[in-house]
Design a protein around this ligand. Structure first.
Ligand code: COA
Ligand code: ZN
Length: 308
């Protein structure tokens, strides 16, 4: 059966929108526990401006203190040259550059036009010069909450331009949960044919309840790499009404049930997800942590035996 690779983004995409600062000790502990679950990759933090994302102002300290497990890649979000310098110092295994395929969302999130972003990221890629593998996350690729539809052609043009710069991978992001499964099937069919040499990842949000349906459409279309967030936390601070990423344990539980190989210890992961509301101080959207796995059977009530 097919191997599916998960990138856990809770401490980056998940935490960046949280209102109350999560102590560095809690972040380090959670990442270390996630490392023991069997993830292919963990997006640890972001080297963004601490004024823009105060929650992740401890990026250096977190990267310095986590215990790196061989076989797990520790990636970080890098928005600009300053971020790349900091990420190189921290010896991250991969840099995840980010820009939007929507002009309006790019202006809102990164405060510059797409062309300026592209030029800046091209500079970052030149500066890194092959020392660290680069992934580029293309936000709002299935729709922008301000502009509406984003044409697949525009998305593919950006993928091509980054591929031409020699990046290892591209993540196609549904930043605000606007994708539907038919659209996903069309997108993944096309990009896999055009960019079979790239490591392609899909990043879904469950803002409108379509997250797992979209994941399944992508899996059935041949995609094997996904981002997910523990508990379904997450959201873009610059997208009105944005809410959580697809919930890692719900997605992994679904794929496990279907016979896909995720390499992740679901019991361990669900136990971790149950600790998350204590860390963030509020309930989280994930469902498996509440309901248990399909294999967690309940005792039969005694009156049932009396009826037999
Ligand atoms: N790391 C640390 N500090 C940074 C930085 C980085 N990567 N990039 C910029 N800064 C600092 C500058 O040093 C400057 O500090 P100062 O005011 O003390 O001089 C300040 O931030 C402003 O710098 P400027 O170059 O004008 O950048 P900006 O304010 O236009 O910020 C971004 C641009 C993209 C770096 C910033 O908006 C950002 O980090 N946004 C977060 C994007 C994000 O992560 N979104 C969610 C994920 S998709
Ligand atoms: Zn996201």
């Amino acid at each position: 059966m097919t191997r599916i690779y998960f990138n856990e983004v809770v401490t980056r995409d998940g935490f960046q929108i949280e209102p109350n600062f999560i102590p560095t000790d809690d972040k380090v502990k959670l990442i270390n526990e996630l490392s023991a679950c069997g993830y292919a990759k963990i997006e640890v933090t972001s080297f963004t401006s601490p004024k823009a994302i105060p929650m992740l102002r401890d990026a250096e300290e977190v990267m310095g203190r986590i215990v790196r497990v061989p076989g797990v890649e520790y990636t970080v979000l890098v928005p600009n040259l300053r971020g790349a310098e900091r990420a190189l110092e921290s010896e991250a295994d991969e840099f995840n550059l980010v820009m939007s395929t929507s002009e309006t969302h790019n202006l809102a999130n990164l405060r510059m036009t797409r062309e300026k972003s592209f030029t800046g990221l091209a500079e970052v890629i030149g500066y890194v010069n092959g020392k660290t593998p680069i992934n580029v996350s293309l936000s709002t690729s299935f729709g922008c909450p301000m502009e509406g539809a984003i044409s697949q052609k525009v998305v593919e043009e950006f993928v091509q331009r980054f591929a031409d710069l020699g990046v290892r991978g591209v993540t196609i992001c549904d930043t605000t949960g606007m994708a539907n499964p038919i659209q996903v099937a069309r997108m993944v069919d096309s990009i896999q044919k055009k960019f079979e040499y790239l490591q392609l990842t899909l990043h879904f949000h469950n803002t409108r309840g379509m997250g797992l349906a979209n994941l399944l459409a992508a899996v059935q279309g041949g995609i094997t790499r996904f981002d997910g967030s523990l508990g379904g936390l997450g959201g873009c601070p610059y997208a009105p009404g944005a809410s959580g990423n697809i919930c890692s344990e719900d997605a992994i539980h679904m794929l496990d049930s279907m016979g896909y190989i995720t390499g992740i210890n679901i019991t361990r992961l669900v136990n971790l997800a149950r600790e998350l509301p204590i860390i963030v101080g509020h309930p989280v959207p994930g469902q498996i942590a509440k309901a248990g796995c399909v294999s967690d059977l309940h005792p039969t009530p005694s009156y049932v035996y009396d009826l037999c």
